[in-house]
Ligand binder design. Structure first.
Ligand SMILES: C[S@@+](CC[C@H](N)C(=O)[O-])C[C@H]1O[C@@H](n2cnc3c(N)ncnc32)[C@H](O)[C@@H]1O
Length: 288
């Protein structure tokens, strides 16, 4: 795999910072994938509907929602909501002890918002926690919001760039940032930018969950995606996610560079008795 290999879903939408969507040329996406030797992915895109070489936006949006619904199976299997709640508990306790008022948890790159909606439904984090999901893709934000309305949940979803400081953060000292499955979409420079954006505001901390790259996680991703996912795009992107995830030393170096005043750790699972769910683990940062 080439270092600059990309997931298909990284190329299907072109959305400006103000949310305005630009047309995406199918041949440009196919050429981009061929250039990095991703010929199978190029064939998947070449079969997608297009008019005058512009990918059909409705078909792309419907595909995006289907792919993220399939991804939710993995998020559910890996027990993300419960594990996010357990990781955040000590930070939230510290913030409550520091003074009264609501605490906010912002999920960056929330996709369909499964983690945020689950936490809102279960109340695991407590009634004083405001839950906000942010995503770069307005189609996913709209669908997350529709699902939230359907269940009348106390959370909300907004369009925004995780790398832009201040997105969905109002009282930084009482805000904790989380993400799941986003870090592998970012270059090392972008990892630093992500952490710097949050640290610059002075947020209380963060827990960014992503895949621990190794032979077993790639193999596991392949098996899981063959067994539980039907969309060729899900299968392609899921396995590539595991292969291009950042190792712990890279995450730690980027985090220390972006937020020198914070304490950092990658909370890996037990080395000698690994559990399947430890295939994902968080990069944690806390303000001393
Ligand atoms: C693999 S999906 C994970 C979605 C969700 N967190 C989950 O676990 O189901 C990655 C998500 O990150 C979003 N994303 C990627 N780069 C982003 C950025 N710079 N700002 C906000 N969202 C971003 C994508 O739109 C996509 O929804």
């Amino acid at each position: 795999m080439r270092a600059d290999a990309v997931e298909i879903t990284d190329l299907l939408w072109d959305v400006a910072a103000d949310g305005v969507r630009r047309p995406v040329r199918r041949s440009a996406v196919v050429d981009r994938l061929r250039a990095t030797g991703q010929h199978g992915a190029a064939r998947i895109v070449a079969r997608m509907p297009a008019t005058d070489d512009v990918l059909d936006p409705d078909a792309v949006d419907a595909l995006g929602v289907r792919v993220h619904c399939e991804l939710t199976r993995l998020v559910e299997e890996l027990q993300f909501p419960r594990r996010v709640a357990a990781t955040l508990a000590p930070v939230l306790d510290r913030l409550r002890a520091a003074g009264p008022g609501p605490v906010r948890v912002v999920d960056l790159g929330c996709g369909l918002g499964y983690v945020v909606r689950s936490l809102a439904r279960s109340g695991l984090l407590g009634p004083d926690v405001e839950l906000v999901g942010v995503d770069l893709n307005p189609v996913l934000v709209a669908e997350a919001e529709r699902l939230r309305r359907d269940e009348d949940l106390a959370c909300r979803f907004v369009h925004g760039d995780a790398l832009a400081p201040g997105v969905a953060v109002e009282r930084p000292g009482r805000t904790v940032v989380v993400s799941s499955g986003v870090l592998h979409h970012l270059s090392t420079e972008e990892l630093t930018a992500l952490v710097r954006a949050q640290a610059g505001l002075g947020v209380a901390g963060w827990a960014h969950w992503d895949i621990a790259p190794c032979l077993w996680s790639t193999l596991g991703a392949w098996v899981f995606h063959r067994a539980r996912m039907r969309e060729p795009v899900s299968r392609h992107d899921g396995v590539l996610s595991a292969r291009r995830a950042h190792p712990a030393p890279v995450l730690l170096a980027a985090a220390r560079d972006g937020a020198p005043g914070y304490r950092h750790a990658v909370l890996e699972g037990p080395r000698w008795h690994p559990r399947a769910i430890d295939v994902v683990r968080p990069l944690v940062g806390t303000r001393p």
